[in-house]
Design a protein around this ligand. Sequence first.
Ligand code: ADP
Length: 189
Amino acid sequence: MLNIVLFGPPGAGKGTQSERLKSKYGLVHISTGDVFRALDPESDLAKLAKSYSDKGNLVPDDITIEILEAEVLKHPDAKGVIYDGFPRTTAQAEALDNFLAKKGTSVSVMLSLVVPEDELKTRLIERAKVSGRPDDADPEIIQNRINTYNNSTAPVAEFYRGQNKLSEINGVGTINDISERLYAAIDKN
Ligand code: ADP
């Protein structure tokens, strides 16, 4: 199985590139952010998740891990999966390793999109005009998401570096250029 962790700060282009990787390699794309946004808005779970995400905070690990595992189990015949927005903490990375080990597989590679902070902010402010997402609309919330990334999520890259699975990709350039960089890193595996 090809299990790709697509990693990077908010606004790095994970969603855009996931769509391309999905069609090129025939993978299932799982974005935990998308899964949270697709929950029935009246459900307790959706309200709970939204109480964190609207402020730019992470949803607690136990809930997120359960949601992710349920989503993966919906695709028993997948040739591979792109994990987009997961894992975002070291505890989530450990949970993913254990979960995949039970299925007799493992993470193939972490592709980490590297984009400078100023560029991220510009992209998120642009995205706010079309996304309708409350967490894109407010510069303070954007800053909180970036800080959360730096404090809680960036260490996940070190976790995979320790397993020799980290591949850092320059995330600045045209969408096509960045796709080509990702394909080259995947095809090396
Ligand atoms: P971004 O564009 O910031 O990468 P996402 O769409 O991936 O946004 O996620 C939106 C929000 O959903 C996050 O700010 C967070 O509150 C929540 N979320 C998504 N994935 C996770 C995760 N793996 N762990 C905790 N919270 C998450």
